[in-house]
Design a binder for this molecule. Structure first.
Ligand code: R5P
Length: 300
């Protein structure tokens, strides 16, 4: 019931305290609308400015990748340790319960397979379905220098335009063709193009030397993909170096879900990304957690 009988003049206006207008914490995102910023603040932890995205969208072009044979069994237990789940709508609807409330970066492109030309993608999810699923970001590949470069840029541009209408950010993923050099020149070009067409953040790979120049030249945050499975210590070192040189975290798949102990590995990656843990400390954490989990399993 409306409080009509007790209307009093308000007293707590604090006229001496100016309203705050804090700058938004994320690189390149200061001029975005509230909904867009809010979704980005769910993807990137405002305390560290970084994110640990768990990528398990590989099946959209390469089928049941090792470690992703059963997303319900292998990935679901990792969700509590991830900041963001990056996946296809098929994986989400079939294998991740809706009670998992982690933000989702939705893979919105498809149209090729490992048997055909990778750059020949199309937009494969409508904005309505992305919103229906509560996506915090939409993602598609940009294949600079590849046969279908133009088409892939058009795909990401379409996501940016439709997402902007509804406040959903776009992650541009730099897809690297087999004959491309993974070096400063290539990633400077690719990441900068992604940012200039309006992507809100960009996924790249880590490489040496020159990664810090690529980050500096890209006016939106860069997160790194993990790439092929490495020994755990090497993967942690890669994440450490990338963050140390300006990356805003990781979007890591195989180096987590193909690890000997994925739950231990994702926690070690978290320590690097959010707590600046050294490689030695993060690797020790990985080994300790792995041993604990083995002991628990043996006791069951
Ligand atoms: C490619 O399939 C996707 O964009 C992956 O999400 C990306 O490559 C990250 O996964 P990974 O760390 O396994 O490279």
């Amino acid at each position: 019931m409306a409080d009509k009988d007790d209307i009093k003049a308000g007293k707590n206006f604090a006229p001496d305290v100016p309203a705050k207008n804090d700058p938004f914490f994320l690189k390149g995102a200061g001029a975005l609308d509230w909904g867009m910023q809010n979704r980005l603040a769910r993807i990137f932890n405002p305390a560290s400015g970084r994110t640990v995205m768990l990528a398990f969208d590989h099946g959209y072009f390469q089928g049941p990748t090792t470690g992703l044979e059963r997303i319900d069994l292998n990935i679901r237990p990792l969700a509590p340790y991830a900041d963001v789940l990056m996946c296809t709508r098929g994986a989400l609807r079939t294998s991740i319960p809706a009670e998992v409330t982690k933000p989702v970066a939705l893979r919105c492109s498809a149209g090729q397979s490992i048997l055909t030309e990778l750059s020949n993608e199309m937009i494969a999810v409508d904005i309505e379905d992305a919103i229906r699923l509560g996506a915090c970001a939409m993602a598609a590949q940009v294949y600079i220098g590849a046969e279908y470069e133009h088409k892939s840029i058009a795909n990401v541009t379409k996501l940016i335009d439709t997402g902007t209408r509804y406040g959903v950010p776009t992650l541009a993923v730099t897809g690297v063709g087999a004959d491309m050099q993974r070096d400063e020149r290539y990633f400077s070009l690719a990441t900068r193009i992604c940012a200039e067409i309006g992507a809100h953040y960009v996924k790249s790979y880590y490489f040496e030397p020159g990664f810090e120049n690529v980050v500096a030249g890209c006016p939106v945050p860069i997160v790194i993909a993990g790439g092929k499975k490495l020994p755990e210590r090497d993967a942690l070192e890669m994440a450490y170096k990338a963050c140390d040189q300006g990356a805003a975290g990781v979007d890591m798949g195989r180096n987590i879900f193909q690890s000997d102990s994925p739950i231990a590995m994702i926690q070690a990656v978290n320590a690097v990304v959010h707590e600046n843990a050294t490689v030695d400390n993060a690797f020790t954490l990985y080994e300790d957690l792995k041993a604990d989990l083995l002991r628990q399993r043996a006791a069951e």
